[in-house]
Design a protein around this ligand. Structure first.
Ligand code: ATP
Ligand code: GLN
Length: 146
């Protein structure tokens, strides 16, 4: 399968420090996508089972897999990943790389500006709340003296 890339991003409007990458994907691709994201240092992900219709028009998978249709809806998984602005494009590229089959029904990604992140345990907000110990930012600053 040839590698494709997301086309050049526009300036993100409205501007925010954090964005939610919301991806509707094929359920059987989720383990592959999650483990690739984990390797990048993405540790915070929310996953829901959803059903919907799009170009696939409620039709079932051609390859069996775990997908099935019911009331003309196709079973999908929604992954929600809140990241800092500078991590958005790499996360999108990785999702495409891991989730794409090239067939109708591969899904769609929505990018949503997030006003704030609040950690319930501590009351921290903003960057402190969004950062995860041992996550991407920690991994990329490891070894540097700053
Ligand atoms: P802590 O107190 O260290 O923050 P916690 O258990 O209260 O730990 P997390 O484990 O960080 O909180 O997160 C709880 C849930 O929130 C996760 O299971 C996940 O569903 C969701 N979540 C956390 N961070 C993100 C994120 N960046 N993007 C999407 N979902 C997230
Ligand atoms: N941006 C966070 C960090 O670098 C990771 C966010 C996430 O795991 N969703 O720690």
């Amino acid at each position: 399968l040839p590698i494709i890339r997301a086309h050049n991003p526009p300036d993100y409007i409205p501007e925010a420090n954090f964005y939610k990458v919301e991806a509707i994907l094929r359920p059987w691709r989720i383990p592959q996508v999650s483990s690739a994201l984990l390797k990048m240092g993405i540790r915070g992900v929310t996953i829901s089972d959803v059903r919907g219709f799009g170009s696939q028009g409620g039709s079932t998978e051609r390859q069996a897999g775990s997908e099935f249709s019911e009331d003309n809806l196709v079973v999908k998984v929604k992954m929600e990943i809140v990241v800092s602005k500078d991590q958005v494009e790499e996360v999108i590229e990785k999702i495409i790389e891991e989730a794409r089959t090239g067939e109708i029904g591969d899904g769609k990604i929505f990018l949503v500006p997030v006003s704030d992140v609040i950690r319930v345990r501590t009351g921290e907000r903003g960057e402190k709340a969004e950062r995860m110990t041992g996550g991407w930012a920690d991994m990329s600053s490891a070894g540097s003296s700053t």
